[in-house]
Design a protein around this ligand. Structure first.
Ligand code: DQA
Length: 147
């Protein structure tokens, strides 16, 4: 089971960035939690962050044949990026959209996700736990497919 976690812009600032919205857990802390649970579940994980839209597009494209599932927190690009949506649709890799915050309970411009329609599902609002729920959702997609 190979799972690719991708993180978009400003998520490198977690811990100090708007802690009232995103909590005090850093992205490094979240990665450690994900790796621990992945090991316990027999999954291998690659965990990346970038502030660049094109880099995310490139990583999604090259994930084909390398990873079973992508767990994606596209951050602000969730609400703006047709390119990310097209990359997910083009590669056909099952992708799970995740967010720390409940985007539907926030400003109106965050209610719309341009990637939701090409993702298997969306997990939002559980803080760092959204990543662990994303991992479980990914494993649930892979396990039946391999039986
Ligand atoms: C986010 C929500 C987005 O609206 C925002 O732009 C982010 C983080 C989240 O994880 O809650 O950067 O994806």
């Amino acid at each position: 089971m190979k799972i690719l976690f991708l993180n978009g812009p400003n998520l490198n600032l977690l811990g100090t960035r708007e802690p009232q919205v995103y909590g005090k857990t850093t992205l490094g802390d979240i990665e450690a939690l994900v790796r621990k649970q992945a090991t316990a579940r027999g999954a291998s994980v690659d965990f990346r962050q970038t502030n660049l839209e094109g880099e995310l597009v490139g990583w999604i494209q090259t994930a084909k044949g390398q990873f079973d599932v992508i767990v994606l927190n596209a951050a602000a690009y969730t609400h703006t990026s047709v390119a990310l949506r097209d990359a997910i649709a083009a590669t056909g890799i099952p992708t799970i959209e995740i967010h720390l915050s409940n985007i539907h309970a926030r400003e109106e411009f965050r209610h719309k996700s341009l990637i939701a329609g090409v993702c298997r599902g969306q997990i939002a609002g559980f803080g760092a736990n959204s990543y662990l729920l994303g991992l479980e959702a990914a494993i649930n997609i892979i396990e039946p497919a391999k039986k």
